[in-house]
Design a protein around this ligand. Structure first.
Ligand SMILES: [Zn+2]
Ligand SMILES: [Zn+2]
Length: 357
């Protein structure tokens, strides 16, 4: 499937969307956390459709005929990308021209760089933010040039990606999709508030162009969301700070961005690939570390019901908790993404603040 930049796609898609302005825009998000983010922007305009129920893992699913129709009818589809919702690669490649496909993995922020600098300059955070703002203003005049540059960068990126896929064809076919961090970033982007901000801005700009009548509402929703997100983020940093030294195991390797953002770090993941059981040797190694009290908690996930975690902690003083990276328990309604982040923080906090000594 060719990788287009969002800007290039918008040019062609906006023209075709003008004809549908008489009815509400048909907006689809592939997975629950993306839907929560999109809904922050579409609040009061339209309710985005969710393609995959939150109790399904994005790594492992088969499309039903009704879900194929949802894709085909959509005006705009937001998805993470080809290495996350792998079963969507084919159906999304067959979309006709009226559907605008927005790949959120393109332009994802460099987590390592972002969070390293963040830590070093934490004391100067606000000062730096103001500087950035000023610089941005000065650069506004050159926006057109920048757009052009970005477009070029995307093209190079796309070529690079294709080569990468050839080189690692075997790897891609293996079961480690989406979790191969040596060759790329953690694609569970939505778990990083920085990405929440980036994606919300992208959603607002995309929808404002596709549906200009509602631009003021999208932009107002975006402004409110960014203010709320900043407030919540500050609170969560305070809450999670005392937990930075705590050892724990996650079920699958999905939380790197959340952990990097809030200064947490896991000792390991129980499964290398969430669809498969870990090898006996890997499980025995974890069990040994739990007996030695290296961890205070082991987390399971609702998408993968399994006796693994209770077996691992049996007879030890280690606690267990549940982390839901898909936000399956987040109720419908406004501020869903913010409630999702808060829930994630609360679930980490509840288990990590236990002591097993
Ligand atoms: Zn995953
Ligand atoms: Zn971050």
């Amino acid at each position: 499937m060719p990788h287009f930049s969002v800007a290039a796609l918008l040019l062609t898609a906006v023209l075709s969307l003008i004809s549908v302005q008489a009815r509400a825009l048909d907006v689809v998000a592939t997975i629950q956390p993306i839907k929560l983010l999109v809904a922050e922007i579409t609040d009061g305009v339209v309710e985005p459709k969710l393609l995959l129920p939150a109790n399904t893992s994005p790594h492992d699913f088969q499309l039903k005929p009704s879900q194929r129709r949802t894709i085909q009818q959509a005006d705009v589809i937001f998805w993470i990308g080809p290495d996350m919702e792998m079963a969507l690669n084919k159906p999304l490649a067959q979309l006709d021209d009226h559907t605008l496909l927005v790949t959120l993995a393109e332009g994802a922020l460099d987590s390592e760089k972002l969070h390293q600098e963040h830590d070093e300059h934490e004391a100067h955070e606000e000062h730096e933010a103001h500087q950035d703002h000023d610089e941005h203003k000065e650069n506004d005049a050159h926006d057109e040039e920048h757009d052009h540059d970005e477009h070029e960068a995307h093209k190079e990126h796309a070529e690079h990606e294709e080569n990468d896929h050839d080189d690692h064809a075997q790897e891609a076919a293996s079961h480690e999709h989406g979790h191969d961090h040596e060759h790329g970033e953690d694609l569970h982007l939505w778990l990083d508030p920085h990405e929440g901000e980036r994606i919300a801005k992208l959603v607002a700009e995309t929808l404002s162009q596709a549906d200009p009548n509602n631009r003021p509402k999208y932009q107002q929703n975006l402004a409110e969301f960014l203010t709320d997100l900043e407030d919540l983020d500050k609170q969560l940093k305070q809450r999670l700070k005392p937990l930075s030294g705590k050892g724990y195991f996650v079920f699958h390797d999905a939380y790197n961005r959340f952990e990097a953002h809030y200064g947490l770090s896991h000792l390991g993941a129980i499964t290398i690939s969430p669809e498969r059981s870990p090898g006996a040797k890997h499980a025995a190694e974890i069990r040994e570390r739990l007996i030695k009290n290296e961890a205070v908690c082991v987390f399971s996930e609702p998408q993968f019901p399994s006796p693994l975690v209770s077996n691992l902690i049996e007879g030890t003083d280690v606690g267990s908790g549940v982390l839901d990276p898909m936000g399956g328990q987040i109720a419908q309604g406004p501020k869903g993404y913010l409630r999702f982040l808060e829930q994630m923080a609360a679930d980490f906090e509840a288990c990590l603040s236990q002591s097993n000594n």
